[in-house]
Write a protein that binds this ligand. Structure first.
Ligand SMILES: NC(=O)c1ccc[n+]([C@@H]2O[C@H](COP(=O)([O-])OP(=O)(O)OC[C@H]3O[C@@H](n4cnc5c(N)ncnc54)[C@H](O)[C@@H]3O)[C@@H](O)[C@H]2O)c1
Length: 360
């Protein structure tokens, strides 16, 4: 196989960060796009000279495709991925969060193994230069013993944001600030400091009228003995403030900040790195989808395992579930016991119907 052929399901806000890498790649190409809102698919298709569909069953029955990128509402990722895997036997690339419930993660993995295909979860911020620099130093022990790691995500999402689409701000399809916005930074905290042992969280819905939280705070203790704190909110007003991770450790202070932890603003271990390990992002989505797609091609074409494979991608979803379960019960939970939220990803047939693809 010389070139991987991709199709996209879901042509909404994040689609540009998928068509961009495919347009720029010499090893992968886009062949078709699909959206229930056919106008969105047609616009994207016209821009990139590919075919547009409004039903992915029709698209996958007709097109020769190796990988399907699933960019639909979060709560539909398992349904759409399972359909693509079980009916068409294709590899899938799934936007974050690849599933909301732990049960769905198991179903997806079982189906992929049975069909011999792969699932690639998207966590593009792992590729940020600042993140990579700090991770390298942490792994070689250069930062010494860690005392505390803290996530501070303070973004502004008003009622209009949540009212834009029926899926937003729902337990069945989206999750709250921890899930939709926070997942990248929970993942980065785990990528840098490892998995927590215990998790305690409180959540609140303060400035918008939605069923999920717009604000959540968590306290973690890590296997290493370090402590962690996470403060995630979409209730910053009047604008986004930061997506920061700070690590205080034996050999210095590390602060990643900017709109998506894309700037290394304090690095006492090597202050020069603050100049070299920074990127200006045009939006919080950043540039990580480009190397992410290159790694998908390297995995499928060269057999080099993707650095963020399925199992790696489950870690942040397990942490989300632990945070919510703790908040739901008002008690600390043990991460290793895989606590599951009672609300996140709970099926809602009426909402699902809005996003199901009808079999022809
Ligand atoms: N990696 C990131 O930083 C990042 C950023 C934004 C969004 N996302 C994720 O991407 C996903 C989509 O988010 P968005 O903001 O683009 O949402 P969106 O609502 O703008 O787009 C989703 C699109 O999927 C389409 N769709 C739904 N069901 C479909 C079906 N059965 N067949 C074809 N099309 C279907 C909808 O019509 C809609 O146009 C979410 O899971 C979100 O969490 C990730």
């Amino acid at each position: 196989m010389t070139n991987l052929r991709f199709a996209i399901i879901g042509c909404g806000r994040i689609a540009k960060n998928h068509v961009g890498p495919l347009k720029d790649s010499s090893r992968a190409k886009l062949v078709a796009v699909c959206d229930l809102k056919v106008g969105l698919a047609q616009t994207l298709a016209a821009q990139h000279g590919v075919r547009a569909y409004s039903n992915y069953h029709q698209m996958l029955a007709k097109e020769k495709v190796d990988v399907v990128s699933i960019l639909t509402p979060s709560g539909m990722h398992p349904t759409h991925a399972l359909d693509v895997i079980e009916t068409y036997g294709k590899h899938v690339l799934v936007e974050k969060p690849m599933a909301l419930s732990l049960r769905d993660l198991v179903r997806m993995k079982t189906a992929a193994d049975r069909k011999g295909v792969k699932i690639f979860p998207v966590y593009q911020n792992r590729y940020n230069k600042a993140v990579q620099r700090v991770r390298r130093d942490l792994m070689r022990g250069a930062l010494g013993k860690v005392a505390v790691g803290a996530v501070r995500l303070r973004w502004c999402r008003g009622q209009a944001y949540y009212d834009r689409d029926p899926w937003r701000g729902t337990w069945a399809m989206d999750g709250g600030a921890f899930t939709n916005q926070g997942i990248h930074y929970l993942d980065l905290l785990q990528y840098l400091l490892g998995d927590p042992e215990t998790v305690y969280a409180r959540t609140a819905t303060r400035l918008v009228d939605v069923e999920v939280e717009d604000t959540g705070v968590g306290v973690l203790s890590f296997e290493s003995g370090a402590l962690g704190s996470v403060e995630v909110t979409t209730a910053a007003r009047p604008a986004d403030i930061e997506a920061s991770i700070s690590i205080l450790s034996e050999r210095g202070t590390t602060v990643l900040s900017g709109i998506a932890s894309n700037q290394l603003v304090t690095y006492t271990l090597d202050p020069e790195a603050c100049k070299t390990a920074c990127e200006d992002f045009p939006d919080p989505y950043g540039f990580g989808h480009w190397p992410f797609y290159a790694d998908v091609a390297a995995d499928l074409l060269d057999g080099i395992p993707h650095p963020v494979g399925f199992q790696e991608g489950t870690r942040a979803i397990r942490l989300l579930n632990a945070l919510y379960r703790s908040a739901e019960d008002g008690l600390p939970v043990e991460f290793a016991k895989r606590p599951a939220s009672r609300k996140l990803g709970k099926p809602d047939a009426d909402l699902s119907r809005l996003y199901e693809a009808i079999r022809p």
